[in-house]
Design a binder for this molecule. Structure first.
Ligand code: SF4
Length: 738
């Protein structure tokens, strides 16, 4: 076959880089960065080079699996697999009610156009309150603080990276992660550019990360100290008359309450708990206030910890109090091309409408993964996992394994037989990522420029294999009919419902379009996710408004720009972006303010002698990437980083083994002695622990590593959101003989 080249968006992480793939027919051969992509400008990280290996991976499932009478998973036809899944799920729902089936969505759902558009159809069809996702092991605290302050879980301001004069980073390592809750391809070059234009980069992290190595300053904070540090900076801003609200002036409520809280966090009071001296905290506050523009940004170290919501809130407090919210070079909101519910008047702050048996709250319709094992043991009979591997990514893995194993029935929509899906009764594999259309509905909401790039499938789907959205729709149809509400089950019905909702929202907002639902539907392009995307683009801020704005964007226009569109730098969005009930910024939401005394109590309590934190690697993101040989070259990366002082005190040797014990369990890991971590902190990467019976991932099993979540404690979590706290877990480390 003739060699050809195809452009598409890399689906492997949040950076949304453009790639050019060389193919022989439908066989991908090589990948390079797409120089014509205006956002990523030819950048490529090592993960994308593994896309051909992912497509060709013999362990990636091409056909469904169904558990046979012998207890093993066997290949089955799609008809057979759907029949088993639907019969059992429908029977369980009929006999025991909607809450007898739990649903777990993994992180790759956010990258999948199919799942972003048709995942909600399955969720509604199930009608279960037993919903979980990787969000509560990741960014949920930031979503909670954004929803309470600004009215939307994804109304998260992002650093205006290309124009800022000062970036204060807490608990994030974008040089390795390539940005998270901040879509920014080639982030390393963008960070270097801050310094090249005379700006400053400050990193606050218990570990001297790859990002810290680029920075002007690195301060090795004690894990969990971020909220106290930022409130102490706010203390200085108020005490020294440095507060200026800039664009937020006139839009905020609760400033006096914030000042009263900040008054309790003098730098001298927090310094010991934070691990940064008071003089440095005062200087950081003054310099941040004095910078021409500045942005404060926090990520996983600030969210996956016991004060995650407070830290996430405090990040945006600093942006507000220094006049940097919604100004060029500060922290700004993206104006995405396609956003469901954009014209709705109300935000999505729906919290604690029900609780787990242990009292943990529902957030945005989901219960936290910290509650999952307890809930599965307490009346749930079946579990559907979609693009998720909670037995690697959720806390308390041993208990969760027993809970999932004890269910009557399990369905997985997943391309691999991994630590979780090995327990499934039916596995339904989605097509290769290269056989799917791609548009980053979620990630473009957090981009540091306004951009859009649609990718058509690069290769054909295998004969007879359904698309991922068709899998979701088929399951949804199968389990529907028992709930109270009729559902728009056919593909066209889904489009009709979304169209009616979006046009209705526009009319209610006083900006009706001059088309009926029928007329709009007749104008839409394609089927399934494409049709829904076309609708969202057309009613969006750059859209053609179904003819009202000639020359505006449509899906066809995105198709005609295969390298993507740059729609310019971020622009001020206050007050239109706000979806709080009164359309104002809530600086002191009750749910957050009520958690402040817990933080104060921690300041006064004795801190554990040794705590565990996670870490991220450049060649890894989701756990399935560990099955790609290209990404697993080199030495063992699943090592326990230990500071030399701590190693000496415990008799640990470099290359030796250590036993790590917490309240949740104990594991053993190879020791890597390094002063990268501050004394009193040890670090293990997440996403390992593949070498367990039943996993069919040869490369990953050969690099099995240890599952850090055997020592992550489900009882150790954030207050308001109950997000799992993977950072700051109290541990004891001793030399192991094995
Ligand atoms: S940074 Fe992310 S999106 Fe860019 S090439 Fe690497 S994996 Fe793909």
């Amino acid at each position: 076959m003739a060699e050809r080249h195809a452009s598409r968006t890399c689906p492997l992480c949040e950076a949304t880089c453009g790639v050019t793939i060389t193919l022989d027919g439908d066989t991908p051969l090589a990948v390079r960065g797409d120089d014509a992509d205006p956002f990523s400008r030819g950048y490529l990280c090592p993960k994308a080079a593994a896309l051909p290996a992912l497509h060709a991976d013999p362990d990636r499932l091409r056909t469904p699996l169904v558990r046979g009478a012998d207890g093993e998973l066997h290949p089955a036809t799609w008809a057979e697999a759907f029949a088993v899944a639907i019969d059992r799920l429908a029977a369980i729902k009929r006999a025991h009610g909607a809450d007898a089936i739990a649903l777990y969505l993994g992180n790759p759902s956010a990258h999948s156009l199919d799942l972003m558009t048709f995942g909600p159809v399955l969720t509604r069809a199930l009608g279960t309150r037993q919903r979980y996702s990787a969000s509560s092991a990741d960014q949920l605290p930031k979503m909670v603080s954004a929803a309470l302050m600004f009215g939307g879980g994804l109304a998260i301001p992002v650093p205006d990276l290309d124009r800022t004069d000062r970036l204060l980073i807490l608990g994030a390592n974008p040089v390795v992660s390539n940005g998270s809750l901040m879509t920014a391809p080639d982030v390393k070059a963008r960070l270097k550019a801050i310094r090249a234009r005379g700006g400053k980069l400050i990193v606050i992290d218990p570990r001297r990360t790859e990002t810290a190595a680029l920075a002007d300053e690195h301060h090795a904070i004690r894990p969990g100290g971020d909220a106290a540090l930022l409130l102490a900076m706010a203390h200085v801003l108020f005490a020294e008359g440095l507060v200026t609200l800039g664009a937020a002036a006139g839009h905020v409520d609760g400033l006096a309450a914030v000042e009263a809280i900040a008054a309790r966090f003098a730098p001298e009071r927090v310094a010991a708990r934070v691990g940064i001296d008071a003089a440095t905290i005062r200087r950081l506050a003054r310099e941040h206030a004095a910078a021409p523009t500045a942005a404060c940004y926090g990520r996983i170290g600030t969210t996956c910890q016991e004060f995650g919501t407070l830290a996430s809130w405090a990040v945006d407090l600093i942006n507000v109090l220094t006049g940097n919210l919604d100004r060029a070079g500060g922290a700004m909101w993206t104006t995405p091309v396609a956003l469901p519910g954009r014209h709705r008047a109300k935000g999505d702050s729906k919290f604690a409408r029900h609780r787990s048996k242990g009292g943990l709250p529902e957030m945005f319709g989901e219960l936290p993964v910290a509650a999952m094992a307890d809930e599965l043991r307490g009346g749930v009979r079946a579990l559907i996992t979609v693009a998720g591997n909670p037995l690697v990514s959720a806390p308390g893995v041993d208990e969760l394994t027993a809970a999932i194993g004890g269910l009557e029935f399990r369905v997985a929509i997943d391309p691999y037989v991994n630590a979780t899906t090995r327990l499934a009764d039916v596995v339904l594999p989605p097509p290769s990522p290269l056989a799917r259309a791609h548009y980053d509905v979620a990630l473009y909401q957090l981009a540091i420029r306004n951009v859009a790039r649609y990718s058509a499938p690069t290769v054909a789907r295998a004969d007879g294999a359904p698309a991922e959205w068709e899998i979701m729709l088929t399951l949804a149809k199968g389990v529907a009919g028992m709930g109270a509400a009729p559902l728009p089950m056919a593909d066209a019905g889904v489009a009709r419902e979304l169209c009616a909702r979006e046009l209705g929202d526009l009319a209610a907002a006083g900006a009706p379009l001059a088309v009926t639902v029928e007329q709009a539907l007749a104008m839409l392009d394609g089927e399934g996710p494409d049709r829904l995307l076309d609708l969202l683009v057309r009613v969006g801020p750059y859209g053609d408004g179904f003819g009202a704005r000639p020359g505006g964007l449509t899906l066809a226009a995105l198709r005609a720009a295969p390298h993507g569109l740059d729609l310019g730098p971020l622009v001020p969005r206050l007050p239109d972006v706000l979806r709080t009930p009164d359309r104002r910024i809530a600086l002191a939401p009750a749910l957050i303010v009520d958690d402040v005394p817990r933080l104060e109590a921690a300041l006064d309590a004795a801190a554990p002698a040794l705590v565990l934190i996670g870490r991220r690697e450049l060649r890894s993101n989701n756990s399935w990437m560990h099955n790609l040989p290209h990404l697993m070259k080199g030495g063992d990366r699943c090592t326990l980083l230990v500071h030399p002082d701590d190693a000496r005190a415990r008799g640990l040797t470099d290359g030796g083994r250590a036993r790590v014990a917490s309240a949740a369990g104990a594991i053993e890991a190879p020791v890597e002695i390094s002063d990268e971590v501050r004394p009193g902190v040890v670090s293990l990467p997440h996403g390992f622990g593949h070498d367990v019976a039943g996993v069919r991932m040869g490369v990953a099993r050969a690099h099995g590593g240890v599952n850090v979540n055997q020592v992550s404690d489900p009882a150790f979590h954030d207050g308001p959101s109950a997000n799992a706290a993977f950072n700051g877990v109290a541990v004891e480390v001793t030399a192991a003989s094995g």
